[in-house]
Design a protein around this ligand. Structure first.
Ligand code: UDX
Length: 430
């Protein structure tokens, strides 16, 4: 099929390369000329394992990029993969989506045959029908359900495994309202579903598809917060948290994934998506108590970490090494990293903080330009009064003699990964 994708950000670029990989002809439309050039020269504008190879293989052949919306005219379906950032009150900011929909609508005015527009971005229920479709109608002069259709196809990609998650998904969710739209969407995903026979196909309505994305992420975030709540109780009763979590994970109704207790969830999705669905719930007069609590537990984990530190060392004037600045291992992304509230609290308490991360230091420097940064865990620990482990990078699990260089070897482990040894005062957060 001929597919156009508006937006060459994280999701847009990944799905463009993957759609090309399963055999479609793909054109990526973006207003950023630099990104367009990067893609057309066969390079990836984002860092994601095995994405470079796929872009290199298909660029100039089944994959191309352009700033010209007219490229959409030769395609059967357009995916809107534009950003929906958070506003201060947690709602999603639709201005980029709206601008994209306007340009797309104006282009569709020139299109002679039927077209399908699919929302790929994460949007709260009813956005596609009540915001996107009317803009498309207004700017194209056409009628939804007659001249064109809208649909919704949420994305469940994780950073660091986005290509694998796309090509080998647990499920593909297709939201549409007409048989024609459903058939065309299925046509897009048929080659993928042939390659991934274990994937479940979920065909549903548009607002259901929108909600599935939020329900998925909110459930996972709340699962981690519930685990952290239980782990905090374990800690107070001196119960071995890992043994408890391993055991409950054996119950197939609970499952063993996303039971990693610690300093909590961050990243570009969980915090934003939970905030957005909470805000959307309040808009219609519903107070989502479980999700409120999930956020509260998450906000409280860094505070607990500091309290545990205080049991062993006064942060005021102390040299504190923070190990791990990325929001999770395997990425240089620091958005909503738990290191941010933790370091804010340490600085407020008068600590002299040194940060270290194997790959995310430069991104973190943008947020905390005046912080002291070390180029290895060993040098961060050198002379430190305490160390706080925030991200579960493998190299922190392997730390050993490096702790000997600390002035006072207090280690508070926010991810339960450091190997306990003689000579350090070790406390896990959970
Ligand atoms: C997440 C979803 O998994 C993905 O489906 C969605 O499309 C985007 O959001 P991502 O943000 O890349 O993906 O990271 P993920 O691996 O899910 O981790 C999110 C956060 O939860 C990280 O801060 C991680 O450290 C934390 N986490 C994860 C835990 O604290 N414990 C766990 O057991 C798992």
């Amino acid at each position: 099929m001929e597919i156009s994708i508006i937006g060459s950000g994280y999701v847009g670029t990944t799905i463009a390369a993957c759609f090309a990989d399963v055999g479609h002809n793909v054109v990526n439309v973006d207003i950023d000329e630099e990104i367009v050039e990067t893609l057309n020269s066969g390079n990836s504008p984002i860092h994601e394992p095995s994405l470079d190879e796929r872009i290199e293989e298909h660029a100039g052949d089944r994959l191309r990029a352009t700033t010209d919306y007219d490229a959409i005219l030769d395609t059967d379906v357009t995916f809107l993969a534009l950003s929906t950032p958070s506003t201060d009150d947690g709602h999603i900011d639709l201005s980029v989506m709206e601008a994209g929909a306007k340009s797309l609508g104006a282009t569709l005015a020139e299109k002679d045959d039927y077209h399908l527009v699919v929302t790929k971005s994460t949007v709260v229920p009813t956005t596609t029908e009540e915001v996107i479709a009317p803009i498309l109608e207004e700017h194209s002069g056409k009628t939804v359900g007659e001249d064109f259709d809208v649909g919704m196809n949420p994305e469940f990609l994780r950073e660091g495994s986005a290509v694998d998650d796309f090509l080998d998904p647990d499920k593909v969710v297709l939201g549409s309202h007409t048989d024609r739209a459903a058939e065309r969407l299925r046509g897009v995903f048929d080659p993928l579903l042939e390659r991934a026979p274990d994937a479940s196909l979920v065909e549903t309505g548009i607002r259901e598809a929108e909600m599935i994305k939020y329900a998925n992420n909110a459930f996972l975030a709340a699962k981690i917060s519930l685990v952290n709540d239980l782990a905090n109780i374990c800690k107070e009763y001196e119960v071995d948290t890992d043994e408890v979590l391993d055991a409950i994970g054996l119950d197939s109704r609970i499952g063993s994934e996303f039971l990693g207790a610690g300093v909590g969830w961050g990243g570009s999705c969980f915090p934003k998506d939970v905030a957005a669905i909470v805000a959307a719930a309040r808009d219609v007069g519903y107070e989502p108590a479980m999700l409120d609590a999930a956020v509260e537990v998450n906000d409280n984990q860094p505070v607990r970490m500091l309290d545990i530190l205080r049991d062993h060392a006064d942060p005021d004037g102390a040299r504190i090494a923070v190990l791990g600045l990325a929001f999770k291992p395997g990425t240089d992304d620091v958005r909503n990293s738990r290191a941010i509230p933790l370091i804010d609290a340490l600085l407020d308490a008068g600590a002299d903080v040194v940060g270290y991360d194997p790959v995310a230091t430069e991104n973190f420097r943008d947020k905390f330009p005046d912080l002291d940064y070390a180029d290895s865990a060993e040098s961060a620990l050198d002379g430190a009064d305490a160390a706080l482990v925030v991200t579960d990078w493998d190299e922190f699990a392997a730390l050993d003699d490096e702790f000997d260089a600390m002035a006072d070897a207090v280690v508070v482990d926010g991810r339960n990964i450091v190997t306990r040894r003689e000579g350090i005062v070790y406390e896990s957060l959970v």
